[in-house]
Design a binder for this molecule. Structure first.
Ligand code: SME
Length: 162
């Protein structure tokens, strides 16, 4: 892939992932700079799915996740490991799907427009957690196992380059 992302004309999310994820993997495979790759992943996911907010929070090795490249409205800059959905995903090293953010204790509302979210942990080649990918939707219950499978696959490909 060069500068163009081909997005199939379907509303079926699994089909879009099937076509878009290999293109993103190809794009990041030819670039070694982490920030550039995180920026393009955020942009590609936003462009392909129209998510409300897509971005990364990276471990600052001092008890906090620090805002990294993202697409969408401005967001909280620092999240403690024990706070919010991002902190929960980071601390548990598990993908967390929240169908209704108002029902998640400790959810950090960067925007009242965000209704559901998925947070996927990111690991370096040594298997150490180094950050999370956070995707927010302005629709309730917008994420499923399909998003988990494909986003985890994408972060696995990214992880080999950290
Ligand atoms: N909702 C997240 C905070 C990040 S923003 O949504 C971009 C959380 O609870 O960790």
């Amino acid at each position: 892939m060069a500068e163009n992302l081909y997005i199939p004309e379907t509303t079926e999310r699994a089909k879009i992932y099937e076509v878009v994820i290999p293109q993103i993997e190809a794009l990041i495979s030819s670039e070694t700079d982490l920030i550039a790759n995180l920026a393009n992943i955020s942009a590609a996911l936003k462009q392909a799915f129209g998510f409300y907010w897509v971005g990364f929070y990276m471990d600052n090795q001092a008890g906090e996740l620090l805002l990294g490249p993202f697409q969408g409205p401005i967001a909280c800059t620092r999240i403690r490991y024990d706070r919010g959905v991002c902190g929960h995903s980071f601390s548990s090293k598990q993908t967390v799907i929240v169908p209704n953010v108002d029902e998640f204790p400790g959810h950090i509302a960067c925007s009242s427009a965000s209704k559901s979210e998925i947070v996927v942990p990111m690991f370096n080649p040594k298997g150490e957690i180094c950050g999370v990918l956070d995707v927010d939707s302005d629709l309730l219950n917008d994420f499923s196992e399909v998003d988990k499978i494909w986003l985890e696959k994408l972060l696995k490909a990214l992880g080999t380059k950290i």
